[in-house]
Design a protein around this ligand. Sequence first.
Ligand SMILES: NC(=O)c1ccc[n+]([C@@H]2O[C@H](COP(=O)([O-])OP(=O)(O)OC[C@H]3O[C@@H](n4cnc5c(N)ncnc54)[C@H](OP(=O)(O)O)[C@@H]3O)[C@@H](O)[C@H]2O)c1
Length: 337
Amino acid sequence: MPNILPETMKALEITEYSGESSSFRFIEKQVPKLKEGQALVKIHASSINPSDLMFFRGLYGIKKKLPVVPGFEGSGTVVGLGSASSSLKLGDRVACVAGYLGDGTFAEYMATDISNCIPLLDSVSLEEGAMFFVNPLTAYALLELAKNKNSTGVVQTACASALGKMIIRLAKGRNLPLLNIVRREDQIEQVKAEGAEFVLNSSSPNFDKEFIKLSRKLKINYFIDAVGGEVASKIFQLSPAETNMVSYGNLSEESLNIQPGVFIFQKKTIEGFWLNFWINSLTPEEFSAHSKEAQQLLKSYFKSDINKRFKLESGFEAIEYYKNNMSAGKILIKPED
Ligand SMILES: NC(=O)c1ccc[n+]([C@@H]2O[C@H](COP(=O)([O-])OP(=O)(O)OC[C@H]3O[C@@H](n4cnc5c(N)ncnc54)[C@H](OP(=O)(O)O)[C@@H]3O)[C@@H](O)[C@H]2O)c1
């Protein structure tokens, strides 16, 4: 059967990097034409992540020519291939991410490099696939890096996030001591329900004293941080000597303020983590093995709760809703709904 595709599709576009409602528009545009090495994915669902919120305002590590369809992550079915591929065929269900250039997942169709698509195991639904690429692979990578650094205990911030909850479950499964930091009292019960044993609230007046005590007891020497700013700077400075900090997010949008003495006299170190760089550091065989392992954990350690689903034309409403309910689960945008 020939694959008949429509000429045009519905999409959400941004016209400027302001994040304001006036910068979004719901439009009809050409279904993308495939280039060599690309796949055309009919999008089933796309998830909204903190990276999208940064991108809308021009603050993310990738800035594209405007106007552009945003959305970094999604899932769908392969309906076109720009060249023969040994890893993908028409009809495959895939998790996919947008490339550094061109339109993203908040549309009915997206063209992206074949290497940006991961075929889904039969056991994985398309909704689970829409939340697979970014968070599960990052949680997996962060704890692989902790293992490679012979980490004896880990502290993480923003642990009520979807990714933070994955780290809680995975660390527990690996018997890795984990100290979890939330910023609100009501998040404590939420993360305990995921299996967190040690939780501190960074807003509590006793935080510093309790952190010093628990971080020594748990032999913390690895700090994974998604918050940046004052909270991360304080945790890093209060952590035991020789702690290695990995900065992988900046939810506070504030700078770190750290005394040089912690590097000089306490042998502490800081490095960054970006999933794109981690994936590029792997051979295709390693990436395929890690992503298969991570997919097998999608119903357990890497489960993401879905808070709400929105239609594509309500995309801006979905984004506003997500901003105000980040700890309550992921928001999916679904063109077909
Ligand atoms: N570097 C990478 O490659 C990479 C890959 C994946 C994810 N990430 C990062 O991982 C982090 C979590 O992503 P996610 O998708 O799991 O997020 P999510 O589920 O949307 O949750 C975001 C969480 O961050 C909390 N938060 C927001 N602003 C905060 C602040 N200023 N201080 C402390 N906590 C704050 C929210 O708590 P409230 O409910 O209190 O607002 C919520 O629990 C993000 O920073 C994201 O950019 C990085």
